[in-house]
Design a protein around this ligand. Structure first.
Ligand SMILES: Nc1ncnc2c1ncn2[C@@H]1O[C@H](COP(=O)(O)OP(=O)(O)OP(=O)(O)O)[C@@H](O)[C@H]1O
Ligand SMILES: [Mg+2]
Length: 501
């Protein structure tokens, strides 16, 4: 299917020429005159690219660009030759790319092709970002994916190393083969060796069976060695041998095992530093360092933050089934200026929690936790090295648990609201002597009520409720079960349990 491009007709002369050239270049193209029609078309038909030929200062254009952004449609704007600051204009209105007029159709077609290809690459890899740093990562990814050379990915925690490793595998000819990830920091030395290379039966206490290692399991595919900087010297030697000879021994084994595995490694701390400290073998470093990708921290590519925020809001709103309008400009500004020591992971977690917790269906400045709002710092504690990673994961766990709890409470509330209440079961306040307050005192009614007294267990309350309902249904158990919202069999079980049958 041809890639779809829409061209606005503000500058008719340019638009006609560009439209013809795009068609010639094989695009499925359409020229659209009214802005409202374009917005509608962007919403409903999600083109791969939108070319805006003029009226870049108009508010209608700003609205159109916002719609395009929400639908992840790339935009190419044609800037007037008289425009004093084309780059500034493009950045302020949020164009993906721009060209200065006069332009020829062929140049526009080339640019559109580039934008469309990049958009597809981002869709396939899930890597969001318009900053030069991320664009460079994408270019490298495309170049590195088809070959088998080892790739080393460096970057702080949460910058997207695993995402990029997946991207390399998914764009490579090995995409249908396994992708196996191993965290080298998570296991002690001996376990890591057996995890990576497998072991023979009886090779150590507890090795009751032969076990295949991750290198064998990844045969034909990719192995992702995460936190490789934490690997012990002895394991480093073994890994070096695999990289040099593409063969290894299982722990306790005598037969060399040959595998065809592509190695992608990642590290939070610069390995060069570890080499200088004598913690990492320099010969292994050179073997790993054939192709490298560096992911800069989020605070060094703040221009990506608005895009990430919008995409995360949309993603989490769908996942948690929320109606969510977005984020106010001042809230967004706070997020853009925050420090983000936990990088994209921290940003994503925060957005998820706010999408679940923000009361107004919109993220406002007041919804943002105070430490981010005031200090520009993301996490209350800054920890260095491996410990920070652990702290990050613990915090993530706490975040997740909070979100879980909130969602469960809401679900419960919804269920209670949905349930018809044919019979009132209420907790009646009790005075200090254990006697119920009068109906007047509690504002209650004289409808049949179930009484709670201090010291009553859940079973007592349940028993009282069943008794009350049975009285109301004149002993009809089927009806009673219905009223109580439980199955008839459950009611029988309970009657038996409470010796009421
Ligand atoms: N550019 C990006 N676009 C979209 N999502 C991203 C981007 N970068 C990171 N993420 C998301 O942020 C989270 C963290 O990314 P990832 O696990 O790849 O980081 P990492 O560098 O491996 O972190 P760590 O060193 O702590 O293991 C993931 O949910 C990932 O999908
Ligand atoms: Mg990771």
């Amino acid at each position: 299917m041809a890639d779809r491009v829409f061209v606005t007709a503000d500058d008719l002369e340019h638009a006609v020429r560009i439209n013809a050239q795009l068609e010639l270049a094989g695009f499925d193209t359409a020229m659209i005159t009214s802005f409202d029609d374009v917005r509608e078309a962007v919403r409903l038909r999600e083109p791969d690219c939108l070319v805006i030929t003029g009226a870049l200062h108009e508010p209608a254009t700003a609205r159109l660009l916002a719609t395009a952004r929400d639908h992840a449609v790339s935009t190419l704007g044609l800037v007037e030759a008289t425009e004093p600051d084309p780059k500034g204009l493009a950045a302020s209105i949020g164009l993906t790319a721009y060209l200065e007029k006069p332009v020829d159709g062929a140049e526009v077609a080339r640019q559109v092709r580039r934008l469309v290809d990049r958009r597809k690459l981002q869709q396939r890899t899930g890597i969001i970002g318009e900053s030069p740093a991320i664009q460079e990562v994408l270019v490298k990814l495309e170049q590195m994916a088809p070959v088998t050379s080892t790739v080393l990915i460096e970057g702080e925690s949460g910058t997207g190393k695993e995402l990029v490793a997946h991207g390399i595998h998914n764009l490579s000819p090995r995409r249908d083969q396994p992708f196996i990830a191993v965290n080298c920091a998570a296991l002690p030395e001996t376990l890591l060796e057996s995890e990576l290379f497998g072991h023979e039966k009886g090779s150590f206490t507890g090795a009751a069976e032969r076990r295949l290692g991750r290198f064998e399991l990844a045969d034909g595919g990719t192995i992702f060695l995460d936190e490789i900087g934490e690997m012990s010297p002895a394991t480093q030697v073994k890994l070096l041998r695999v990289l040099e000879e593409r063969a290894f021994f299982r722990v306790g084994g005598t037969q060399p095992i040959k595998v065809d595995v592509r190695v992608v490694a990642a590290t939070n701390r610069p390995i060069k530093e570890a080499v200088a400290m004598g913690d990492f073998r320099d010969d292994l470093y050179y073997r790993l360092n054939v192709l490298t990708i560096y992911l800069p921290p989020l605070r060094e590519r703040r221009s990506d933050i608005p895009l990430l925020v919008r995409r995360f809001i949309a993603e989490f709103a769908t996942r948690h089934d929320r109606k969510f309008h977005g984020i106010t400009p001042d809230a967004l500004e706070i997020l853009v200026n925050a420090d983000w020591p936990g990088n994209v992971r921290q940003l994503a977690n925060l957005i998820e929690s706010m999408v679940v917790l923000a009361p107004e269906g919109e993220i406002r400045a007041s919804d943002i936790p105070r430490d981010i709002r005031e200090g520009g710092r993301g996490l209350p504690v800054r920890v260095v090295g491996a410990t920070r990673d652990v702290a990050g994961k613990e915090l993530e766990f706490i975040f997740r648990s909070l979100i879980e709890v909130k969602l469960q409470v809401e679900e419960l509330r919804r269920r209670l609201d949905d349930r018809p209440a044919p019979h009132r079961v209420e907790v009646i306040e009790v005075d200090s002597h254990g006697g119920p307050l009068t109906a007047e005192e509690t504002g209650g009614t004289d409808e049949e009520s179930v009484l709670y007294r201090p010291g009553m267990s859940m079973a007592d309350v349940e028993r009282a409720a069943i008794e009350a309902v049975l009285r109301q249904t004149r002993g009809n158990r089927r009806k009673a079960a219905e009223v109580l919202g439980i199955g008839e069999r459950t009611l029988y079980r309970k009657l038996k349990q409470y010796a009421m049958a």
